[in-house]
Write a protein that binds this ligand. Structure first.
Ligand code: BES
Ligand code: MN
Ligand code: ZN
Length: 493
């Protein structure tokens, strides 16, 4: 999709649909000041109908009184309630309408004198439009072959082309994550994910390293090997390096990629088990981030590490009662083979810390059902060993509207995963604080590096209770891609 900037007066703009935002209560229409009185009357009528309510749309014919064929009004709610998601949401609604109407080009007027920065509004508009036009139709005979071009109407400013390009790359990253995270488990195994990573590395000049089953065994990755041994689809450890930061310490980003989680010998109940194809979302988020990081050519070193397995029950599976040795050298008693994510992540985190001596380690994982119990399906759990990192992530989250909530982690929780026979056990005490005891297990894999963990079990895909957002159509959401790119942006400035 082509997106360009235009600085002309909107009333002189030739386009099929000219889109303008309107506020609730004050009925302010942005950018159409001084319009022909006939159109103005039609606008007033439309305003009575949509009342500026967030996402509500009305379309007006212009009868060739101006070069634009039609005007689309979209509500953004009351001025006081405008948030960092308002324009993403409202613009997503515009895009859906444009798609319904099969319109080949449209223009959006960027409102002036807003409490938000111009650049932030433009980023939101582009993300909202691009992500709302995404649909996963790979397995449908009838493809939704829709493409359209967008003109952003804004006064001249030298930053805007850069902002547009950046928002496009970020959207591409999120869409890439959604695309691979939505793949069904018969078509996406650890090897498939490794191939996606290799492709990315080739296209975007990154370094890629893949550990296969025997290399994992020899390398001492006891967690990945144990969880992966029950499936015919072999495990892989995927590593992507973006090296554009000279000798600066890298940022390591780890993501859980269980291509299907049956629970293993501790088999899950059948209901909704199909959704466990989304248990690879953390890893897919990391791949999407790496794609964008390399395309943005960020002047830093970033390493993506994706441990990938399929968790299956079979004659070769690991069992409850097994004691395994993780990459860190610590031993873990397996009490439930369905608590597999922490085992593969622990290996990846320890490896990342040991080999790369990073400045920061971040991880994403659909780790615990308990996180859904605690926070629901619109907020991710955040656990960390570093207060400053928590602050930085909270502030990035305020910008991108990927909501996070900080949960505590202290010695008491660490004690809850002590085992009688090994250094740790892979479950806590009953169901108490399930998200935190899982994080406590991960914390054991990180020795001294500032680390933050995101439990995205509730937010990685749309499920019951997920808030409707035009830019999150059914399926994987790509949660975390925009968040980390915002965090990295703040860290390069
Ligand atoms: N992938 C699941 C967590 C999950 C469940 C995410 C439902 C999203 C929706 C994870 O591997 C798992 O099974 N965790 C167990 C841990 C328990 C056995 C300690 C869980 O949450 O039940
Ligand atoms: Mn599991
Ligand atoms: Zn899992």
């Amino acid at each position: 999709m082509k997106i360009i900037q235009d600085t002309t007066n909107p009333l002189k703009k030739k386009t099929l649909v000219l889109c303008a935002y309107v506020t609730e209560k004050t009925n302010q229409v942005f950018g159409l000041e001084g319009i022909n009185p006939k159109i103005k009357n039609a606008i007033t009528e439309s305003l009575n109908e949509i009342e500026g309510k967030l996402g509500k749309i009305s379309i007006i014919n212009t009868y060739d009184l101006i070069p634009a064929k039609r005007i689309l009004l979209v509500g953004i709610g009351t001025k006081e309630k405008i948030s960092n998601d308002t324009f993403r949401f409202a613009s997503g609604k515009i895009a859906q309408k444009i798609k319904d109407m099969k319109v080949k080009d449209f223009a959006i007027i960027v409102p002036q004198q807003m409490q938000l920065k111009q650049t932030s509004i433009i980023s939101q508009i582009i993300e909202g439009v691009r992500l709302s036009l995404f649909s996963f139709d790979k397995y449908k005979k009838e493809k939704i072959n829709f493409s359209t071009n967008l003109t952003i109407i804004a006064p001249n400013s030298k930053d805007i082309p850069k902002v547009i390009k950046r928002a496009q790359i970020i959207s591409d990253g999120v869409i890439f994550t959604k695309e691979i995270a939505n793949l069904p488990p018969n078509e996406c195994t650890p090897i498939t994910l490794a191939n996606f990573a290799k492709d990315l590395a080739n296209k975007n000049k990154m370094k890629c390293r893949i550990f296969d089953k025997s290399q994992l065994k020899r390398g001492g990755f006891g967690g990945i090997t144990a969880v992966g041994q029950g499936s015919k689809n072999e495990p892989r450890l995927i590593i992507l390096e973006h090296n554009k930061g000279g000798n600066k310490k890298p940022i390591v980003i780890v993501g859980k990629a269980v291509t299907f989680d049956t629970g293993g010998i501790s088999l899950k109940p059948g209901e909704k088990m199909d959704e466990m194809k989304f248990d690879k979302c953390g890893g897919c988020t990391v791949l999407g981030i790496m794609k964008a990081v390399s395309e943005l050519q960020l002047p830093m070193n970033v390493v993506g590490i994706v441990p990938s397995v399929e968790n299956m029950p079979s004659g070769e599976s690991y069992r409850p009662g097994d004691i395994i040795k993780l990459y860190s050298g610590k031993t873990a008693e397996i009490l439930n083979t369905d608590a597999e994510g922490r085992l593969i992540l622990a290996d990846a985190l320890s490896y990342g810390e040991k080999i790369y001596k990073p400045k920061t380690i971040i991880d994403f994982a659909t780790l615990t059902g308990a996180c859904i119990v605690a926070l629901g399906t619109n907020v991710a759990g955040m656990v960390s060993n570093n207060e400053n990192l928590v602050k930085e992530m909270t502030s990035a989250s305020n910008e991108t509207y990927e909501e996070v909530w900080h949960l505590p982690l202290n010695e008491d929780y660490m004690n809850m995963i002590k085992s009688d026979v090994a250094d740790m056990k892979n479950v806590g005490i009953g169901r108490a604080a399930g998200t935190i005891t899982a994080a406590a297990f991960l914390q054991n894999a990180v020795e001294k590096t500032p680390w933050v963990h995101f439990d995205i079990a509730g937010v990685a895909w749309t499920q019951t209770g997920t808030k409707e957002k035009p830019y999150n159509p059914k399926g994987a959401t790509g949660f975390g891609v925009r968040l980390i790119l915002e965090y990295l942006r703040k860290n390069t400035q």
